[in-house]
Design a protein around this ligand. Structure first.
Ligand code: A3P
Ligand code: MG
Ligand code: MG
Length: 382
């Protein structure tokens, strides 16, 4: 077993390692039935809700049928299908040294400031690249534990902070997406489509996923992840020079105290990493009341977030809650180490961090083959 030490994290302080700007080179969509299409059909356009103040984010919850991905392990299949199609169309192979979901990189990058959540991933080396997927069984098991903990109302309720089941709170996020986006650009929708959004069916089945080439330190990465909407228009030529004006949508409890602000700034760590990795320049936060009503919208520039957190810490003469450069340096060092550890190996590896553990453990779980990480369609093509 090989171990990568997380602590002491001051080893990763200082100016950040070079980053490449993420560039989308292909994309894919899941439709309303969650069927995969190698195109941008599920792209949505940002358009702020009309009269957001006071809108009830719980509206429609009773008829919401959540798409649950616990049942099937999707591995990296859709991401790899998009990569294969791209490679076949361009007759070149991508040059990534690490390929994974954006969510896995988010977990790795947040590690220096996250002692509560662990993670488990499976990885395999093939043709110069490490492919990393989430360990599905671990994900399902931790979600069950979390639900068992959160599904019980607290014994004593605070009327100012009423308790809601986790399913309702997670619905608020999807409802906000429905209220804030359009299926086509503003000029191409009807007034009814704009005004009827509060009555529209909320679904989490459809998704648009961007596939980017990016770099952290010396490692070249291919990442796939969902983007919620585009601000205006997606440039026609993929892989173009212009960054795409993506929008990440988030809901969060409105800030009424110093404690709330600190809570929000901790959440900003994940917001920032998630958007930074795909090159999403703007995050629109729908602040909501404790009762789940929309209070106000705020547009936050992703690149300014680490600076804002640092400056506020300086103002209050407290140590910063987190440091973005440290996250980048940590991820850069970890990826270099992982590449050296797994180089030219056969088989399947586990990448594991136990909650609160001072290290990330990496060990082989299968001596040969690629487990179920790489589908035959991918292996046959390569
Ligand atoms: P909020 O982020 O507004 O809470 P994303 O923000 O990544 O685009 O995710 C969209 C929504 O999915 C979230 O909206 C939330 O409602 C739901 N969601 C994402 N991760 C979740 C998790 N781990 N548990 C419950 N709901 C989650
Ligand atoms: Mg999303
Ligand atoms: Mg979102």
């Amino acid at each position: 077993m090989a171990q990568f030490a997380i602590h002491p994290i001051h080893r990763f302080h200082g100016q950040s390692q070079p980053m490449r700007r993420p560039r989308e080179f292909t994309c894919f969509s899941y439709d309303d039935e969650h069927a995969l299409h190698l195109d941008d059909r599920s792209l949505r356009w940002y358009y702020p809700p009309q009269f957001p103040q006071g809108m009830d984010l719980s509206r429609g919850f009773d008829s919401f049928v959540k798409h649950d991905d616990d049942g099937v392990d999707e591995h990296l299949d859709s991401l790899l299908a998009a990569v294969v199609a791209h490679e076949q169309a361009t007759r070149t192979k991508i040059d990534a040294q690490v390929l994974t979901w954006r969510g896995m990189m988010t977990k790795i990058m947040a590690t220096p400031y996250d002692d509560r959540d662990g993670f488990e991933m499976n990885a395999t080396f093939y043709q110069g690249c490490i492919f990393i997927e989430e360990n599905h069984a671990y994900k399902v098991a931790t979600r069950r534990e979390q639900e068992a903990r959160q599904n019980r109302p607290p014994p004593r309720q605070n009327p100012d902070r009423p308790w809601f089941p986790p399913d309702v709170m997670s619905y608020w996020g999807y409802k906000f997406e429905t209220l804030s986006t359009l299926p086509r650009p503003w000029g191409e929708v009807t007034r009814d489509e704009i005004e009827g959004r509060d009555d529209a069916t909320v679904s989490n089945k459809a998704q648009y996923c961007s596939v980017v080439r990016t770099g952290i330190g010396s490692s070249i990465l291919c990442l796939g992840g969902e983007v919620d909407a585009v601000w205006d228009a997606k440039p026609q030529t993929p892989g173009g020079k212009q960054p795409i004006r993506w929008v990440e949508l988030k809901t969060s409890a409105d800030i009424a105290s110093e404690r709330d602000l600190e809570f929000f700034e901790r959440k900003l760590l994940k917001f920032w990493i998630q958007s930074f990795l795909l090159g999403v320049p703007t995050i629109v936060v729908g602040f909501r009341s404790r009762q789940g009503r929309l209070v106000r919208l705020e547009e936050i520039a992703t690149e300014g977030i680490p600076g804002t957190v640092r400056q506020r810490a300086a103002l209050t003469q407290k140590p910063p809650l987190w440091d973005g450069d440290t996250c980048i340096n940590f991820a850069s060092a970890f990826l270099e180490w992982l590449r050296a550890t797994m180089a030219d190996s056969d088989g399947v590896w586990r990448i594991r961090r136990r909650p609160g553990s001072p290290e990330i453990e990496v060990f082989q779980v299968e001596e040969t083959g690629h487990g179920n990480i790489l589908p035959d369609t991918f292996l046959n093509w390569r």
